[in-house]
Every structure is written in structure tokens, then in C-alpha cells.
Design a protein around this ligand. Sequence first.
Ligand SMILES: *Cc1c(COP(=O)(O)O)cnc(C)c1O
Length: 406
Amino acid sequence: MIDLKKSVLNEAAENFKLVEEISELNTLKVLEAMRRLKISDAHFKTSTGYAYGDIGREKLDELFAEIFKSEAALVRTQFVSGTHALATALFGILRPNDELVSLTGAPYDTLQTVIGHAHASKGSLKEFGIGYRELDLVEGKVDIAAIKNFLTPKTKLALIQRSRGYSMREPLTTSDIEKICAAVKTANPDCVTFVDNCYGEFVETREPVEVGADLAAGSLIKNIGGGLAPTGGYIVGRKDLVESASYRLTAPGMGNELGASLGTPRLLYQGLFMAPHVTAQALKGAIFAAGIFSKLGYKTHPLPEDTRGDIIQAIELRSAQRLIKFCQAIQKFSPVDSFAVPEAWDMPGYSDKVIMAAGTFVQGASIELSADAPLREPYAVYLQGGLTFEHAAIGILSAAQELENL
Ligand SMILES: *Cc1c(COP(=O)(O)O)cnc(C)c1O
């Protein structure tokens, strides 16, 4: 294992350098935004009750808007997760008889429950009379040429998932997103382009809205929270669309003007400041895992040398036994709940049994070293996160060792 580690680190040197350069540029972007908006201690004060006129909340929205080069932002701990932020935007914008399409094949498991077309689910968009179609991927890629004929005048919103999620397709790069958004606008200029940005933030130097997306949303306990945000989600993009989403999050008429921060502001600001660096740590962990496991004879997506569009590393373990063992090893080498033994269970919002290893400070935070997998062919584990590369490397090598011992 020591020799294996050495050779993987040698081969990864160039890729690591690239990751560091991106992290530097993104750190500069965040820092410049914080300077320009004059972030100060006053913005970290907590608010309670209705929290009218909470300057920390308002400034954080401005800061996200600035960093994502968008007109508006809604950053809230009242979003319980990324799915909630995405669903809030969808329910806020779509109306009965509108059509929603996914351009990146089947969306992430929890969004399928929100949409309600793959299988019936209570409270879904389908129950509100919202139509849905999916544009199939072709060899794992978005069929950009087909977008023109796929959209109709009824298509109100096109969902574009940046990350691979629990699938073997490649994540989108921001240049892919640029091309997809342009194709949508050519076919139907009124169709809203909405990017599920989970796991994609700060992996590159550009973000979806600046390459043509109308809207993007994600989770604060992934990349953008820098491991410090205790919970929450965000929506960024066109002002009218963010406003529509805000009425769904709170209530019509209330929108973004209230919502108590309950002691969270400093963590959200500081987490955002840390996020480019922490994302880089996670990316290095992913590159390292790809290197180790491909040398051990497993298929990895991406390959160690591939360009990355998200922080997820998929490894095909080919058996349920190895999959479970892998997740148990990641859990065992976690700082929190290391003594717990993860098992596969029916997690709300997911259709297959899912096993998750997350020995994290923030419950389930997948910017911290974590592994999860639906129990289905090809028994791929999805590894992501690592607040420090050192921890990611320890976890990955330990998991590799345990599989070798089987
Ligand atoms: C994580 C994730 C989500 C949202 O999941 P939550 O657990 O609700 O935050 C949505 N889409 C993708 C691609 C994701 O990776």
C-alpha cells in the first residue's frame, strides 16, 4: 500500500497542481466579493423571530449573487437540503399545464420523487398537473443536437444536472452547460434553464449562470458551505425567478424579507470563504481514490487523469459485499461515529436501498469524506468529500486495504 500510494501521488502531481490553481482563482473571486461588499462583523449577528431587516441575511444573498455572477440569490438555512432548494425553485416557477424537461437523462433520485413521473409520490409536481419528459443521454452525453426538436412551446423549464449523481455518466463541465443553454434558448427563448449545481461549485472557475443558465441551486452542506455551514441551500440566478422561488420557500408576499438566522451567519460566511480550498481538498481525494482503485483493477469514473466537473468519484466494486465493506471502512476511519457500522436502508426519497458512510461533523454532509451507494448494478460506490486531503487519503487507503483482505 505504501508503494501504491507513492506511485499514485507521483502520477497525480500535475492534476493536483491544476486543482490548486483553480482553488487560488476561486479564493480570489470570493475574497474580492467580500472586500467589494464590505463584509464585516456586523453581518455575523444572529437574528430571531421574523428577522425583518436582517443585514447579515441580505448581505449573504448579495455575496452569493456576486460570486455566481447572477442578479439575485436566496441563501437560507431554512432550506433543509439541496433537494429542498431545487424543489422550491421548481414549485415556485412551474404552473399547471407547464412542461418540465430534464436534458441530462433521469435526474438525481430525490428529484424523481419531486417530479413524480417515474413513480407516484405524494405532493409531487405531477399532482399539480405539471408535465415531464426526459431527453435520453447518448453514450453518457447530453444529446445537444436533439434539444431543438425535443422542446415545445409548452416547455417552461429545462433541468440540467451538472454532477453525475448516482450514475455512471460524466458530469457536465461549464462549457457543456454553456452549449446546452444556448441550444435551449435557440429552440425556445422563453424556456428557463435551471442547473442542479450540487457538487459542482468551485470545481472550475466559472459557474452556471455566467455561462447562460437562468437559475442554479444547490446544497450548503456540499462544496459551497466549505464544511462549516451547518445546513441549508441556495438558489441563484435571474431576479424574477429567484423571487418566484422565495414565495414558495416562505409565503406569497413574504418572499426573501424574513427568516431568522439563529446563530448561523458566521458559519455561512466563513464556510463560503473556505469553500474553494475545501473543494480542492475533496478533488485531490477523488483523484487519489481513482488512482489507487484503478491500479487495483477497478473501473473508476472519472479516470485518474480525466478533467473533473464535480467532486464525486465513482468506483465500480462489482459486488454488494465489496460495496458494503468499502462504506464500512470509510465510516471506521471517520472522526465522528467511527464505531458505527453502516447498513443498507430505505432512505426517504430514494428508490433502491442505499448505504451511506458519513462520519461527519455536520450530519450527512458530503463535503466531508463520505461514501454512498444505491444497492444496484454495477455496485458502484460514490465517494466524495474530505475536509482535508490527509484524511481522504487515510480513508481511501484503509478501504482499499480492507477490500484486499476480503
Ligand atoms: C446531493 C444532490 C442533490 C440534493 O440532495 P440533498 O441530499 O437533498 O442535498 C441533488 N442533485 C444532485 C446531483 C446531488 O448530488
